[in-house]
Design a protein around this ligand. Structure first.
Ligand code: GZL
Ligand code: ZN
Length: 342
């Protein structure tokens, strides 16, 4: 397989160099060209194509770094990395590029759950296994991907709901009307679907909780701030703000401060977030955030373990969850900061 790939790629490089940058290449992120410079020895490596969502959040950057740290040449891998820049069509183009270059494995972190059947069918027809990392796809034919490794997003949502229920009881507010707004992640992404559903499981058991509105901030600080400004202008009295990731929480904090209000344990509003990136733990230390449900981004080693098993012809579990915790402002945050690598 690898020798054939080297020959095909040789022709491809020759064709491209004759015709110069093809139109298609000019549209692609420049990092797909890095591969061509070292084509001659690629057959000695396990060649992995990784179609990443983007670089929208601290979590995403840590997740990307985990793959760059794992799939190194000294570990016997050649990594083709493509940043989808938060667009599904870029990820689909990247997968087609990987197929063209006959990679040994495709890793996909699908920005949304739907719209993947056709391109994953092409990967299957090319005999290239697809491993899903972090988010999931919804496809007719389950054989279009080998396995998935990531977080139990619904459980993350339930953890946040259970934490809020306990916190309000401790505060003697379990009978009071609790007015809640939610900044959702990228709509139709597994993290958004799971966190919204999981929290709703707890919400529907609390007759005194009132979900005023949910709106997507697309997991980014900028849109998170815009959505929070809208919520503050629309609703007089907000008791709880749920942000489905830290970067939207950072944006919400900015908007809340701009409105002359406060959030966190001693604030006007309870602020709940997901991911637990270092910057969020620091916000908690500043008293701006009440609780953060961790979402572990360090998926590179788990995906590598899967590839090693597949290389040995071993079976792999179809679904593999990562370990996660929940941090709140009452914990020893200095100690926690010392243990975190993202
Ligand atoms: C969750 C991941 C989400 C993070 C966000 O596993 O898909 O995407 O929660 C990131 O920070 O943008
Ligand atoms: Zn060129």
């Amino acid at each position: 397989m690898r020798m054939r790939r080297a020959w095909i790629i040789g022709c491809l490089v020759l064709a491209v160099s004759i015709c110069g940058c093809s139109k298609q290449q000019q549209e692609e992120p420049e990092n797909t060209l890095l591969y061509e410079d070292e084509i001659e020895d690629s057959e000695d490596y396990i060649v992995v194509g990784f179609a990443q969502v983007g670089s929208e959040s601290d979590w995403r950057l840590a997740n990307t770094q985990s793959f760059l740290d794992t799939f190194k040449e000294e570990h016997g891998y050649y990594l083709l990395f493509e940043d989808g820049q938060q667009k599904q069509e870029n990820q689909i183009k990247a997968i087609r590029n990987f197929i063209l270059q006959e990679v040994d494995y495709i890793i996909l972190d699908p920005i949304v759950e739907t719209g993947w059947d056709a391109v994953l069918q092409e990967a299957k027809a090319a005999g290239i296994p697809v491993i899903l990392s972090d988010r999931l796809v919804e496809v007719e034919d389950e054989s279009l991907y080998t396995c998935w490794v990531g977080s139990d997003f619904e459980e993350e949502g339930r953890i946040a709901g259970r934490w809020l229920k306990d916190y309000l009881e401790d505060e003697g507010r379990s009978k009071e009307e609790i007015r809640i707004v939610t900044l959702q992640g990228t709509l139709d992404s597994s993290a958004q679907l799971g966190r919204t559903k999981g929290f709703s499981d707890i919400l529907e058991e609390q007759s005194n909780w009132n979900m005023l509105e949910r709106m997507s901030g697309d997991f980014t600080l900028t849109k998170g701030r815009e959505v929070m400004e809208y919520f503050l202008n629309t609703y007089e009295d907000i008791d709880v703000v749920i942000c489905e990731n830290d970067n939207m929480a950072f944006g919400a904090i900015e908007a809340i401060k701009d409105a002359g209000k406060t959030c966190g344990p001693d604030g006007d509003m309870i602020l709940i977030s997901f991911d637990a990136a270092q910057a969020a733990i620091e916000a908690m230390q500043r008293g701006e955030l009440n609780v953060d449900v961790e979402c572990n981004p360090l998926l590179g080693p788990m995906v590598e373990e899967i590839i090693q098993k597949l290389e040995r012809g071993e079976e792999v579990n179809r679904i593999q969850y990562v370990e996660e915790q929940c941090f709140d402002a009452l914990m020893d945050l200095d100690a926690i900061m010392g243990t975190r690598t993202y």
